[in-house]
Design a protein around this ligand. Structure first.
Ligand SMILES: Cc1cc2nc3c(=O)[nH]c(=O)nc-3n(C[C@H](O)[C@H](O)[C@H](O)COP(=O)(O)O)c2cc1C
Length: 391
């Protein structure tokens, strides 16, 4: 029942349109939309659209190269699949498909705490994956530390605590459409699913036949929110009083690279560096959390200056085309994360769709670099991969 792969190169909008046809409307909107009046969502795009790069001509034989290294992870281009909750609802084994697509493209995959498939199963299915692990701190820190150990045991290379979500943001249309963990089984939700039976047969039915329901795979047994049961256990609620002290304790316990996701203020960047973080992601969470959040592209230059050489500064939100990636790099980012684009590819055509959507983005990035005259050495945030050690 895997959908046929789409053509190799299509626009974000084409993937999105196809995804809209295949997914229940509640799930599509959960991915697609922003928070509040959706001003941040629109602003992220408007500011990226407004950004320009004056091209340099006649670059001779300076080749276009996108290969680089971020936080010790070599990658084919400065692009990481962003952590997205419940990607396993978009397609069956959706997180495994994303990990596979990322590995095929030579990119890291950042797995969400709120994935359906846990990291151990992804590692087993895609041993070659370069996995980064996004951490939502739970109210009970000992459970959070246990989750970090699980991530380390399965070879997560970078820990990515998300710091912009001390509480879950309220998204009105999710409530209206009854979408969430748990699903609200009302007539419109049932009709929505009935109208998307191929999706239900691929994603929900196999779980039903095994006597279960899709659930957050990292949550402790017995406290696991599923499509039909909410997280009643207060120990695994998002930690409402998340603080710098929490991050300091995480730093002490995590031996690898630490990347704080959702830093927007230069003083917070300073503090992250002082605390021993290795990097930050400047992000509006894809316009999904705090509607007055400025567009990351506008924040980057000041944050880059504050961080100096102490932090790798990444950015996300609003990446739709390769030229958006180049705009973030030009504004000082070492690399970008992309959330919705691979999800649309996944919804449209499974793992091959996610792979094709990523391949399209990387090809557009190369074209944008060629046309801009900008090369890797002109983009200050971009660090070429270390040469392979001599045999
Ligand atoms: C459906 C969806 C779920 C998300 N879930 C998470 C999450 O679990 N943890 C997190 O740190 N960010 C989450 N994000 C935010 C992304 O990591 C990323 O910041 C954002 O999608 C970037 O914007 P873009 O979608 O325009 O590329 C989610 C985004 C989407 C679209």
């Amino acid at each position: 029942m895997t959908p046929a792969p789409g053509p190799a190169l299509r626009s974000f909008e084409a993937w999105r349109r196809q995804a809209r046809r295949r997914l229940p409307r509640g799930l599509f909107d959960y991915i697609d939309r922003g928070v509040g009046a959706e001003i941040a969502l629109a602003r992220d795009r408007a500011r990226l659209d407004a950004a320009t790069i004056t091209p340099r001509m006649l670059q001779g034989d300076r080749p276009v190269e996108t290969g680089c290294e971020i936080l010790g992870t070599p990658m084919a281009a400065p692009v990481v699949i962003a952590p997205t909750a419940m990607a396993g609802l978009v397609a069956r084994d959706g997180e495994i498909a994303l990990a596979r697509a990322a590995a095929g493209a030579g990119l890291p995959f950042c797995l969400s705490t709120q994935s359906i498939t846990p990291i151990g199963a992804i590692r087993a299915a895609v041993p070659e994956a370069r996995i980064w692990f996004q951490l939502y701190c739970w109210a009970e820190m000992d459970l959070t530390y246990a989750l970090m150990r699980q991530a380390a045991d399965h070879g997560a290379e970078v820990l990515v605590p998300t710091v912009d979500t001390p509480v879950a943001s309220r998204k009105d249309w999710n409530i209206r459409r009854g979408f969430g963990m748990p699903f609200r089984w009302r007539a419109p939700t049932v009709i929505d699913i009935a109208l998307h039976l191929p999706w239900a047969c691929r994603v929900i039915l196999p779980e039903l036949l095994r006597g279960g329901m899709p659930a957050y795979g990292h949550y402790p047994e017995g406290s696991r929110p599923t499509l039909t049961r909410s997280a009643a256990d207060p120990r695994v609620a998002l930690r409402p009083a998340l603080s710098w002290e929490d991050i300091a304790r995480i730093r002490e316990r995590w031996p690898g690279r630490l990347l704080l996701k959702g830093i927007c203020h230069p003083e917070d960047a300073e503090r992250a560096a002082a605390l021993g973080a290795d990097g930050i992601v400047v992000s509006s969470h894809g316009g999904r959390n705090f509607d007055p959040c400025p567009a990351p592209i506008d924040l980057l230059p000041e944050i880059r200056a504050a961080a100096g050489s102490r932090l790798e500064v990444m950015a996300d939100s609003g990446v739709r085309r390769g030229s958006d990636v180049l705009k973030y790099l030009h504004a000082g980012a070492a690399g970008v994360m992309t959330g919705r684009l691979p999800l649309w590819g996944l919804a449209a055509a499974g793992a091959p769709g996610a792979a094709a959507a990523l391949a399209g983005l990387l090809q557009e990035l190369e074209e944008a670099m060629a046309l801009s005259g900008l090369r890797r050495e002109d983009l200050p945030g971009l660090v070429p991969s270390a040469p392979e050690p001599a045999a």
